[in-house]
Write a protein that binds this ligand. Sequence first.
Ligand code: SF4
Ligand code: SF4
Length: 206
Amino acid sequence: MKRFWIQLAFLGLFTLIIMSGKMVLWLGIFVLSLLIGKVYGRFYCGYICPMNTTMQWAEKVSQRFGWQRGGTPKFLSHKWIPWGVLVLMGVSMILSKRILKFDMPVLIVLIVISIGLTLRYKQEVFHNHVCPYGALLKATGHSPVYTTQVDYNACIGCHKCEKVCPSGAIQVNTNTRKASVDPSICHQCTDNCAGVCPVNAIAYKK
Ligand code: SF4
Ligand code: SF4
């Protein structure tokens, strides 16, 4: 619940920044999160990202009407797609500024794409296969000092955490029947997985 209010506050801040036309401020927040991610992981995704916040609502609508399907579509399965989106974003920003004399609102475009995709596919499809910010955060947040972890001895392999993870970061090994977290794609949202673990085996720690 606490995370919900933090996300809402950042969505409000993002809206204010968009309205004031000072997108460079948001870029500053992102770059700072990128650097701090080396220590605290991808908390930008779990707490700050406006796309993630709106996608959670889109997912609720999609599940309510039964639109969402599992699996990643083949056309989004190539590893380079997030990097391609990043290049496309940069080029369209430069060209729109130079030729059309206006600032392309790339983040708004990405929010629309992320909502559209989440109405059809699970959130992890956008997070892990499309999002250019995710690709950058993956690079700095792949082995942070603090991260969400599973107590190997306490885990009973019930799979409950897997079902609620929005990024597919927590998986139960079929042989050991123990869960583990991939920090490179974990959003450090914690309340999702830790909230459902029946034996309190999940914690954010050093
Ligand atoms: S593993 Fe837990 S903390 Fe990490 S993204 Fe999944 S639900 Fe969030
Ligand atoms: S919810 Fe807890 S006990 Fe169940 S698999 Fe995940 S970490 Fe293990």
